[in-house]
Design a protein around this ligand. Structure first.
Ligand code: FMN
Length: 305
């Protein structure tokens, strides 16, 4: 069983991943947020995130996003040139800016592209590929084009977030479709979506016999100890969880204070740390953090936790 920390743009960048792995042990597999082409080259800040020395303490898989065969081939070549031996293919992003250009979740129903993806995977035997998908863009059956193509090749896993892109990040998970993918995929399948507690992990493992792993995004941002707790076999009480989270936060804040210039830069990088943690740290502190407009106010807000 593998545990994956889902990529989340604006949150799980190199400093966050580094201090998360440092604080909670590196049991998880980490991913870069999606890397994309800009003017025919890798976007510089994406490349910096992938090649950062801060990645040394974790297993990291870079993720790419593409709309057609040309973009995919170019990205794979550039990633290999920059040292990648594993590549995750984003076929699930629901952001309109990406789907509007045919990327992310808009690729699931693209029959020609499904064939191209399989071909490119087959033509790069030295690279371990994985794929992250949604069920489709607007129809929960769109994956039925893609999975048979992926069955022709070997990937390390297919992580499935069982929603369509139109649902964005809310609404019911479509679990029957997840089960169908699990039955039909010849490649290992990973479950991703709405896991917030150790009990949620147990339920997914229990409901979906045969999955190869669990991928958690917002649940880990809210409760960064979740996988560590689960693997230790003992749920921590809230006081312990929050104490450890504050240690993690301190390391990240010190890093940003040493490397960034000025309060507003530091605040804009550190505030997202708490975005999903309202329940964990309490509404009062959470709201005060959200409102804080300078470091003095931010530090007082954190002291309310
Ligand atoms: C703000 C935000 C940014 C995200 N960025 C990425 C990304 O770069 N690549 C990706 O594959 N998924 C991205 N995701 C999706 C997550 O990886 C994950 O699939 C989704 O949040 C569902 O899992 P969860 O319920 O455990 O959070 C993003 C999600 C959110 C909310």
């Amino acid at each position: 069983m593998f545990y994956h920390f889902a990529p989340v743009q604006g949150h799980t960048d190199a400093p966050y991943r580094h201090f998360h792995a440092f604080t909670y042990g590196s049991e998880s597999i980490y991913y870069t947020p999606f890397i994309r082409l800009e003017h025919g080259a890798l976007r510089p800040r994406d490349l910096k995130d992938f090649t950062s020395g801060l990645n040394d303490n974790q297993k990291l898989i870079p993720q790419i996003i593409f709309r057609d065969k040309d973009e995919l081939s170019a990205l794979v070549r550039l990633m290999i040139e920059n040292g990648a031996s594993e590549i995750d293919l984003n076929m699930g992003c629901p952001f309109p800016l990406q789907t509007g250009h045919g990327r992310g979740a808009a690729t699931v129903a693209n029959k020609d592209l499904a064939h191209d993806v399989a071909e490119i995977i087959a033509n790069n035997p030295g690279i371990t590929f994985s794929v992250k998908i949604r069920l489709g863009f607007s129809d929960a059956d769109e994956w039925k084009n893609l999975i048979p193509e992926l069955n022709k090749v070997e990937v390390s896993h297919i992580a499935v977030h069982p929603r369509v892109a139109k649902q964005q990040y809310g609404g019911q998970l479509i679990l029957d479709s997840f089960k169908e993918i699990l039955d039909q995929s010849k490649n290992p399948v990973v479950f991703n979506g709405e896991i917030h507690t150790p009990q949620d992990i147990d339920k997914v493992l229990n409901d979906f016999n045969g999955i190869n792993g669990i991928m958690i995004g917002r649940g880990l941002l809210a409760r960064p100890s979740l996988i560590k707790e689960y693997l230790s076999g003992k749920e921590w009480d809230k006081a312990d969880r929050v104490e450890e989270m504050l240690k993690f936060h301190r390391l990240l804040l010190d890093y940003y204070s040493d490397t960034l210039c000025g309060d507003s830069q530091i605040i804009s990088k550190i505030k997202p740390f708490w975005e999903y943690a309202e329940e964990e740290i309490g509404r009062k502190a959470w709201k005060a953090i959200k409102k804080a407009s300078n470091m003095a106010k931010y530090n007082s807000a954190v002291a309310l936790i």
